[in-house]
Design a protein. Structure first.
Length: 280
């Protein structure tokens, strides 16, 4: 909570302008978070070919949308477009980069090296990988910076990312591929767990609607317990497991050879490899 309040104070005092490139689901979630934390819409400019109603409505509060005329340097540029559109979207941004501009990219698969080739030499760049719970302010982003990023700019990047959840930093960009596989793709694994639990409940004789509700609330409630508890996941699991009980019988299957641990290890390794392939 203290970190979020500090973020709000920093964003509220942001000097200069912030340029958001792409206001889709993730970019829109960040925009909502920034404004909720005190960033005045008049300090925000957006480049978005297909703006939604919410973005258009913010123009009445001073937000600049798809401005024409001579580009101005921004304090920060946040790139939230789809990675396949990057080759066309990046070159025009060079005109918005000044000597002290921070460029924060949340594009999947697009490396710092890729960004450096498209932007002016010496540009301060942070690459971050968020995940979809960002849409409700409960995401987690992992960020890495190039050597040009100053301490002040690193703090600004943290504050901008804190609008959609927690923030972690790594020193080696190579780790972003594993981050993508674990937390970036991770929500899909959790949703698959809920799907599988539903199907297993149906197979055990439960009515489909009841099985779906039980699986959904169990996964959601357990996630919230893990979020709030100071105990680690292994301890929480052990607290549910009585020796010789029903949970122990199920875990004997899930944790045995070829079980849950082995499958997730293989799955995350496969996702890591694919992330590296996509990054080139």
């Amino acid at each position: 909570m203290a970190a979020r309040k500090a973020s709000a104070r920093t964003l509220g005092k942001l000097s200069g302008s912030l340029l958001l490139v792409g206001a889709g689901k993730m970019g829109g979630a960040m925009l909502d978070g920034w404004i909720a934390r005190g960033l005045a819409p008049k300090r925000i400019a957006i480049i978005e070919p297909q703006p939604g109603k919410a973005v258009k409505a913010l123009t009445r509060r001073g937000l600049t949308l798809n401005a024409k005329g001579k580009p101005a340097a921004a304090t920060a540029i946040v790139i939230a477009v789809k990675p396949q559109t990057a080759p066309a979207a990046l070159p025009p941004l060079a005109a918005h980069v000044g000597k002290s501009t921070l460029v924060l990219s949340i594009m999947a698969g697009r490396t710092i090296g890729f960004l450096q080739k498209a932007l002016p030499p010496g540009t301060a760049i942070v690459r971050a990988m968020p995940n979809t719970p960002a849409s409700i302010g409960r995401g987690i982003s992992v960020a890495v910076a190039n050597p040009e990023v100053s301490t002040r700019q690193r703090k600004l990047a943290s504050d901008l990312l804190a609008a959609i959840g927690k923030v972690e930093w790594v020193a080696d960009e190579v780790l972003i591929d594993a981050v993508t596989a674990l937390s970036g793709s991770g929500p899909a694994y959790v949703f698959l767990l809920a799907e599988a639990m539903t199907e297993a409940g149906i197979a055990a004789g439960l009515p489909t609607p009841l099985a779906a509700r039980l699986a959904r609330e169990t996964v959601a409630g357990s996630g919230e317990l893990l979020h709030r508890s100071e105990l680690d996941a292994a301890t929480l699991r052990q607290n549910v497991t009585s020796p010789g009980g029903t949970t122990a019988a199920a875990l004997e299957v899930l944790m045995g050879p070829g079980g849950f641990d082995d499958l997730l290890t293989k799955a995350i390794a496969a996702a890591t490899r694919r992330s590296r392939e996509l990054a080139g």
